[in-house]
Design a protein around this ligand. Structure first.
Ligand code: ATP
Ligand code: MG
Length: 257
């Protein structure tokens, strides 16, 4: 049965979407069957995978809020090595609508039950908030991947994210765990980045992935072409870094199983 991971950090612009898209592509490159779920109303992962937000027939909104089947929302663009459950701004309404429905924290988990065995790994791109959408992602997940940009405020929001994870663990999903923290947009020449990186390792030790994602302009360009970095510029530092992260992730998963 497919293992589900949330890529989350309520801080905006830290590399969640970039990590979700490129980890998905790198896992697929390793022969894994992968589904990316876009759970952010911004729909950046949808666009980054080359899916047109304007032409989505069934979206993650329909899956969570109506009776739409997950299988009907999943698309597999021809040029892409993995499947996508896309979204668009309709999903904004779900934040409020979810407050009034039964089993509101479990909607996504329940919706995925019939589909998850078709995939090895399911990665969920979360919005930059600890909203009901993020809670739905965490309740459905086995693990949480937390992208961190190593700058001054990086650690500030982390404790409320960890508290949310702990609360969900106690209330709804006892096996949820932090899979790992990923340092993103890293600039090794920057003293502050190195300092924050050391702090992360001191606090979280083994939970910090060894693989570091460097700041790399090719990673920023790839989404505008609707491509993961591995298809856009395979030899770039960004592409090599995400392949290394995928290998490290797979080794960790094999060890745990
Ligand atoms: N390693 C990197 N090198 C250079 N640019 C990057 C890198 N990672 C991400 N970016 C760029 O930084 C911006 C923010 O990244 P991204 O969209 O992945 O963050 P996010 O956490 O998903 O943002 P949001 O909170 O809005 O969902 C984007 O323009 C992206 O292309
Ligand atoms: Mg994003």
């Amino acid at each position: 049965m497919g293992s589900i991971f949330s890529v989350t950090n309520q801080k905006g612009g830290v590399g969640k979407t970039t990590t979700t898209v490129n980890l998905a592509a790198s896992l697929a490159e390793n022969g894994k069957k992968v589904l990316l779920i876009d759970l952010d109303p911004q729909g950046n992962a949808t666009t980054g995978c080359g899916v047109d937000k304007e032409t989505i027939e069934v979206s993650s909104y329909d899956v969570i809020m109506t009776q739409a089947k997950a299988a009907d929302a999943i698309v597999k663009p021809e040029d892409l090595s993995f499947s996508v459950m896309p979204t668009n701004s309709d999903l904004t309404a779900a934040e409020v609508q979810l407050l009034d429905v039964k089993l509101r924290e479990h909607r996504l988990r329940l919706a995925l039950e019939s589909t998850r065995d078709k995939f090895d790994y399911i990665l969920i791109d979360c919005p930059p908030s600890l909203s009901m959408l993020t809670v739905n992602a965490l309740v459905a997940s086995k693990g949480v991947i937390i992208p961190i940009q190593c700058e001054y405020y990086a650690l500030e929001g982390l404790s409320s994210l960890l508290k949310t994870i702990e609360r969900i663990k106690q209330r709804a999903n006892p096996t949820l765990e932090v899979t790992g923290l990923v340092r993103t947009m890293f600039d090794a020449r920057n003293n502050l980045a190195n300092q924050v990186s050391r702090q992360l390792i001191n606090h979280f030790s083994k939970k910090v992935f060894h693989s570091i994602i460097p700041r790399n302009v090719r990673l920023a360009e790839a989404p505008s072409h609707g491509m993961p970095i591995i298809d856009y510029d395979r030899a770039s530092r960004g592409s090599i870094a995400y392949m290394a992260l995928a290998s490290e992730f797979l080794r960790q998963q094999q060890k745990n199983n």
